[in-house]
Design a protein. Structure first.
Length: 156
């Protein structure tokens, strides 16, 4: 991650853009890029978005060879490839702004991410959260109580 941070800082510094990179402006810019990432999903079905997943990630073979594809299939494949490229570009934009934010704020992203994973492991224990989309506050209510209920005795 350090070499990528160094590369983005070099790119920025060569253009004298550090003067514009206040923490607030970087955070705003990251969110604008995240909105562009979100825009790629607008008005599309889950199936259309899932089609953007690289074949090597899904275990499916790549599209048929060009000589066996119909014109419509070739257009669809080209459209998906262009959308996948746009997805990659927007992911990269978000990452690059995140690296700039972390650098500006003095955050070690590797350490912060590992600490967050530890915190999340406590909030979302496997035995309660596996296969569930519930928030940790809802999971806590499902946890078996460790207190034993006292048997009520009637008052005399």
């Amino acid at each position: 991650m350090k070499s990528l941070t160094d590369a983005v800082l070099k790119f920025r510094n060569e253009r004298d853009w550090a003067q514009f990179h206040t923490l607030r402006h970087l955070i705003v810019s990251l969110n604008l890029e995240a909105a562009e990432l979100l825009e790629l999903t607008q008005w599309k079905s889950d199936a259309e978005i899932e089609a953007l997943i690289a074949p090597e990630k899904t275990g499916h073979s790549a599209a048929r060879s060009a000589d066996t594809q119909s014109v419509a299939e070739a257009k669809d494949a080209a459209g998906i490839a262009a959308q996948r490229d746009a997805l990659a570009d927007e992911c990269a934009d978000v990452l690059l702004y995140l690296l700039l934010i972390a650098d500006r704020a003095g955050i070690d992203l590797d350490r912060a991410a590992r600490n967050k994973l530890r915190k999340n492991a406590l909030k979302y224990p496997v035995e309660l959260s596996r296969g569930s989309c519930r928030k940790y506050t809802e999971l806590a209510a499902l946890a078996p109580s460790t207190e034993k209920t006292a048997s009520a005795t009637p008052n005399d």
